[in-house]
Design a binder for this molecule. Structure first.
Ligand code: SER
Length: 885
């Protein structure tokens, strides 16, 4: 049964039973605890916790999931996959244990004709939580699973939580017995290779608190309702139903391996080391594809870094298998073909994905080239010092600074007859890991500290009134100081104030937080310099008490700094206009990747593979300012998400189901975006917008920057004054400046050339005087000179020819070298009589090259070379002397 069909059967089974089908959420959700969505229930978390009420009581979905905790493990066994699809059914206070168990059982064991998976009941085993007699009895008495196929297991196996505070509960898992050829008898308790877990039914009934691991955390208490969250691994069911040994042999991954065989010339299932590489390629190609589909682009941090690692591991693995040219286009292309039946949106996005992947491969190929050069230097150094071990520090630098993978370093070292000081390398890696861990622990701490705000999030979510007003009467419901809740705060203290309602905008959607003040009737004041949201519901007003004292419960007025807000509105609306203009000029695939705006300034990141031309930038600026000039009304409307999508509103990829969204529309179809920001009422209120330029911010993503309003005006004035000053300086109208400057640059170049020629002439004119420095070594006349700094190769060669001619009547050697700035050029000329005696210029330049970090070669009578280390010049000349002696 093909994977796509397994998906369909799952959804149909639950839709028939009255569940609402919910599409997979993006892999990238706005949750600080999660790098990527890693379970089917993640988008439903607010429903389980009772923070939001769903529009349905039961739902079913097939959620894209990515888990990247141990990328290094991928491929070593056939069990780990970084991407997988979790099929689930969910009940929010509707059915509970019995419903969940019966639904799962009837799908698994139902006949193929009736839409089931047709798995014989005797192949299935189930587990329940230690004291969950209720689940046990349902399996035994209502479903009829024999007692010896039911096992009780502890917290680590049969109590599910997200690993962090959130919903949790005991669970019951269903296993498939692959038969005695895969392991020992005795059920999942005995062997989880033979008995494969396919479905986890979680009886979501409690909320967990802080804690570590799978079994040591506090249970805070029951959830508002008893819920069901189940997860069936589509990939696992696929390999079992397709009768193959593991996930890599299924219809989704095997084609990628086949393509890799063709590209590399190696064969899968020939040896273990190669098999790991094939599996890395298959797994990562698919995960990379799905991450790029959801808008992730390669970068050096967070999600982008994971993607970068995955893509680079594919390229490296393919190279180690023997691939010569570029591979990502083809490999990810095959992954795209296998995934498109289930994810038709891949087709629309393929061009963008391909561009990102190809650009990343090009960048990595350059890194590899740079790394290879560095490796060569390190290897030469080690050898010249008579060592056979490459220092672990060099290997670490290659890895850390140049992203050069250690196994490639090892392999290249082997080819060069060297080994690597692995202990030293591992030590440096361990130190680096410790640094990273300390860093991530520091970050985690800032999450766990959120418990201070928990009761406010639950009991006093902030009401935002700032769309309509700039000042509002409110009550200080809480004060947090130094991470602790406190009842009062006095002058000089840094605080976070929580109000029941506020007109101050909290940083979100790219718009920076409002500045403002919170004041009481007794004259107490907090100057607000930042406003942040926690848990999407609570506004934290951060600032310093500049007068009087604040106590929890007191009435206060919150005031937005009007000038700040005016500028913020201008910049945010300008951002929407630039976004719309950009898509008009670059096409619809130039989608948003991020943005930031604050009074007077904005930047907008978007997916695009190439540098923008000056003409494209000018067009974007023109269209934007035309939109300002049209004085369009800026309309904001609230509507259901589906309606907004149908109307064509653009959105960033994080979604929240069932939400009412705010749509900001300017000029009808010109610009329509989901946005919670503050905007001007009419486009003309933005004032002029000046585009400053654009640049790359990671492969496939570019950034455009602009000024808005008065800042734009000031920028234009500064530019104009600059042009005026230059015009005065050049005594020419500004329109003529580019030509004037170009002419001046030409003149300067000509003058520089003249000067160089003069210098060379002088060098030759003085040639005769250098002859005085000639010395006799044995029966050879030797003239070695360190010429003035800046002398180039051409002049050195002329001088060498000239001097050698003057000494042609005897056995003579002329060696010239100079510090040329970037390089150290050197030349050796040998007279015929000396050549007859066996002196060879080619050999002598090699000696010089060794001293100045370079190479050289040529004929016996004349040879030249160039190095990079001027500190070796004297040693180079000395080397020739001692050779002649
Ligand atoms: N949340 C559970 C899991 O991830 C079941 O969906 O296994």
């Amino acid at each position: 049964m093909q994977t796509h069909e397994i998906r369909n059967r799952f959804i149909q089974h639950f839709v028939k039973a009255g569940h609402t089908e919910v599409p997979s959420a993006s892999l990238v959700l706005d949750d600080p605890n999660l790098l990527f969505v890693n379970a089917g229930m993640v988008p439903f978390k607010p429903y389980f916790l009772g923070h939001q009420t769903p529009e349905f009581n039961t739902a079913t979905s097939i959620q894209k999931c990515v888990r990247t905790l141990d990328i290094e493990e991928v491929g070593i066994t056939t069990r780990h996959n970084t991407f997988f699809q979790m099929a689930g059914n969910f009940s929010f206070g509707d059915y509970f244990k019995e419903g969940a168990i019966k639904h799962a059982w009837s799908l698994l064991t139902g006949s193929i004709e009736d839409g089931g998976f047709g798995i014989p009941a005797e192949k299935l085993w189930v587990t329940v939580y230690l004291d969950d007699d209720e689940a046990h009895d349902i399996w035994a008495n209502k479903v009829g699973v024999p007692e010896d196929h039911i096992q009780r297991r502890g917290m680590a196996d049969n109590y599910w939580s997200m690993g962090v505070p959130g919903p949790c509960g005991p669970c019951s898992e269903i296993f498939y017995d692959r038969g005695p050829e895969y392991g020992v008898d005795g059920g999942p308790e005995a062997d989880e290779d033979r008995y494969i877990e396919i479905w986890n039914l979680v009886f979501m009934q409690n909320e967990r608190g802080e804690g570590t691991g799978k079994d040591s955390f506090e249970i805070l208490g029951p959830l508002p309702k008893q819920n069901i969250d189940t997860g069936m691994g589509i990939e696992r069911v696929a390999f079992l139903l397709q009768g193959v040994d593991n996930v890599y042999e299924t219809d989704l991954l095997r084609p990628v391996i086949n393509a890799a065989e063709e590209l590399t010339g190696s064969t899968y299932n020939a040896n273990h080391a190669d098999d790991i590489r094939f599996r890395v390629i298959a797994d990562h190609s698919r995960t990379g594809l799905m991450l790029m589909l959801d808008g992730v682009t390669p970068s050096n941090s967070d999600r982008g870094y994971i993607l970068r690692r995955l893509l680079r591991r594919i390229v490296r693995s393919a190279r180690l298998l023997g691939a010569k040219g570029e591979v990502l286009d083809r490999l990810i292309g095959v992954a795209a073909e296998t995934m498109t039946p289930s994810y038709p949106e891949i087709a629309d996005n393929w061009e963008r994905i391909r561009r990102v992947a190809v650009a990343e491969e090009k960048a990595f190929t350059k890194t590899l080239a740079a790394g290879e050069e560095l490796f060569a230097q390190a290897a030469t150094k080690a050898k010249s010092e008579g060592k056979t071990i490459l220092s672990g520090h060099d290997a670490f630098t290659l890895h850390d600074t140049h992203g050069f993978p250690i196994d490639l370093t090892i392999e290249m070292a082997e080819e060069a007859g060297l080994t690597i000081d692995r202990a030293e390398f591992d030590r440096e890696m361990a130190e680096q890991r410790a640094r990273a861990k300390a860093d991530s622990q520091a970050k985690k701490k800032s999450h766990t500290d959120l418990h201070v705000y928990r009761e406010f999030i639950d009991n006093n979510p902030t009401v935002f009134t700032g769309y309509d007003r700039l000042a509002d009467e409110s009550t200080v419901v809480g004060i947090v100081s130094g991470g602790e809740k406190t009842s009062s705060a006095s002058e000089g203290e840094e605080v976070e104030l929580i109000l029941d309602r506020t007109p101050l905008y909290a940083e979100s959607g790219g718009q920076m937080a409002d500045r403002g003040r919170i004041v009481t009737a007794d004259g107490a004041i907090v100057d607000i310099n930042d406003v942040q949201k926690v848990g999407k519901k609570l506004w934290l007003h951060k600032g310093i008490v500049t007068a009087g004292e604040f106590a929890a419960g007191v009435a206060a007025e919150a005031q937005v700094d009007e000038k700040w807000r005016h500028g913020a509105r201008q910049a945010h609306t300008a951002t929407h206009l630039i976004h719309a203009a950009l898509r008009e000029v670059l096409g619809q695939t130039a989608t948003q990747a991020g943005s930031m705006n604050k009074p007077g300034y904005l930047r907008f990141d978007f997916k695009y593979g190439e540098q923008l031309t000056a003409d494209q930038l000018r067009q974007i600026e023109e269209i934007t300012n035309e939109a300002v000039d049209r004085d369009w009304a800026v309309n904001t409307t609230e509507m259901p998400l589906e309606e907004a999508k149908a109307a064509g509103a653009m959105a960033l990829f994080s979604e929240n189901y069932g939400d009412v969204v705010r749509v900001v529309e300017i000029g009808g179809p010109f610009s329509m975006e989901l946005c919670g920001g503050t905007h001007v009422a009419h486009s003309s209120q933005i004032g002029p917008v000046s585009v400053l330029g654009e640049a790359s911010v990671g492969s496939g993503v570019r950034r455009i920057e602009a000024y808005s309003g008065l800042d734009s005006f000031r920028y234009l004035t500064t530019e104009r004054l600059l042009a005026e000053r230059l015009a005065t300086e050049f005594k020419a109208p500004s329109a003529e400046l580019p030509d004037r400057i170009a002419a001046l640059a030409d003149k300067l170049k000509a003058a520089e050339k003249q000067l160089a020629d003069l210098k060379a002439g002088q060098l030759l004119a003085n040639a005769a005087s250098h002859l005085d420095s000639a010395r006799t070594i044995g029966d050879v006349t030797y003239l070695g000179l360190n010429l003035p700094a800046g002398t180039g190769m051409k002049d050195i060669r002329s001088l060498a020819t000239d001097l050698s001619k003057r000494l042609a009547d005897r056995p003579s050697v002329v060696a010239l070298i100079a510090d040329g700035g970037q390089k150290v050029p050197f030349v050796v000329a040998v007279s015929d009589q000396a050549v007859d005696k066996g002196v060879k210029a080619g050999n002598l330049v090699k000696l010089m090259g060794e001293k100045v970090g370079g190479k050289g070669g040529g004929k016996p009578s004349m040879a030249q070379g160039s190095g990079s280390d001027a500190s070796g010049i004297e040693a180079a000349l000395a080397a020739i002397e001692s050779e002649l002696a």
